[in-house]
Design a protein around this ligand. Structure first.
Ligand SMILES: Nc1ncnc2c1ncn2[C@@H]1O[C@H](COP(=O)(O)OP(=O)(O)OP(=O)(O)O)[C@@H](O)[C@H]1O
Length: 276
């Protein structure tokens, strides 16, 4: 069976400086992987390893320098395919909801505008209310006319999830969406995403520097270091038997509770500090 998403030998080089003195930096180097329908894949690595660059290439915000990204066998960055068509299938949630949301926009517009842009018919307000309910912003009538500036970080992230869901994508790329939130709020967002993944039959790419959240969320994971994938496999197998020295370093740096095979609930382990 064909994978839903295929990242094939993708690299990204950033260039800076003048024509005479050019500096180039390879942020992502020859990365390949696939994502299956309904799968949660975690991409784990420290700050600066190229995770966000890879995510932005996947959702077609920036083009790869080399390689291809295929969604259902068709190239994401192809000129034959409009940005809008790609956005319908691939949506991204960003790390910082404060940065991605205009504080002067109302919830109704933040969620409703892309709905309209993607051809939603009928009563948009009703559809926005339904989406607010699905992401747990209840009573929805209380939230729909609020300005973004009146929302907490967790509420903003829920609005961004509702906005992405409204378009009914096949793949959601979540780039550290909980890293700016309190631990308990972050856990709520993770649980919400797992529920929505099942309800909407979504595939999810979960990007994180935190092995604990990767374990909680994912079926499979990729470990990135210096722009490259240094290890990949089923999540539990990678954690049980890390093969690469960098994975072992990440594991050693993780708090104890979730590393212990004590049979306790993952959520409990997370609450005890796995997200720190
Ligand atoms: N537009 C750009 N121009 C030049 N260099 C860039 C650009 N975007 C990212 N980089 C560099 O590429 C490297 C990878 O950045 P990236 O944001 O992908 O890392 P990351 O793993 O997502 O880190 P973080 O979690 O801190 O965002 C970094 O060294 C960064 O400075």
């Amino acid at each position: 069976m064909k994978p839903l998403l295929q990242v094939d030998s993708v690299s990204k080089v950033f260039e800076s400086g003048s024509f005479l003195r050019k500096n180039s930096f390879k942020a992502v180097n020859d990365v390949s992987f696939t994502l299956g329908k309904g799968e949660v894949l975690a991409i784990v690595g420290e700050s600066g390893c190229g995770k966000s660059t890879l995510a932005r290439m996947i959702v077609n915000l920036i083009p790869p320098t080399k390689g291809k990204i295929l969604l259902e066998g068709r190239e994401v960055g192809s000129k034959l395919r409009s940005r809008k068509a790609v956005a319908r299938e691939l949506q991204m949630i960003f790390q910082d909801p404060f940065e991605t949301m205009n504080p002067n926009h109302r919830v109704h517009d933040i969620i409703g505008r892309p709905l309209r842009l993607h051809g939603a018919k009928g009563d948009i307000r009703e559809q926005v209310l339904a989406l607010l309910g699905q992401v747990g912003l209840m009573p929805a009538e209380e939230f729909i006319d609020k300005y973004a500036s009146q929302l907490s970080g967790g509420q903003k992230q829920r609005v961004m999830i509702a906005r992405a869901l409204g378009i009914k994508p096949n793949v959601l790329v979540a780039d550290e969406p909980t890293s700016m939130l309190d631990v308990s709020v972050g856990i709520d967002i993770m649980n919400l995403l797992l529920d929505l993944k099942n309800d909407y039959d979504l595939s999810l790419i979960w990007i994180t520097h935190n092995l604990g959240s990767a374990r909680y969320m994912s079926d499979r994971m990729l470990i990135m270091y210096g722009g490259e994938i240094v290890e990949s496999g089923e999540t539990e197998a990678v954690i049980a038997e890390p093969r690469h020295a960098y994975t072992r370093t990440l594991l050693d740096a993780s708090p104890d509770p979730w590393r212990q095979k004590d049979g306790g609930a993952a959520e409990q382990r997370l609450a005890e500090g796995a997200l720190v």
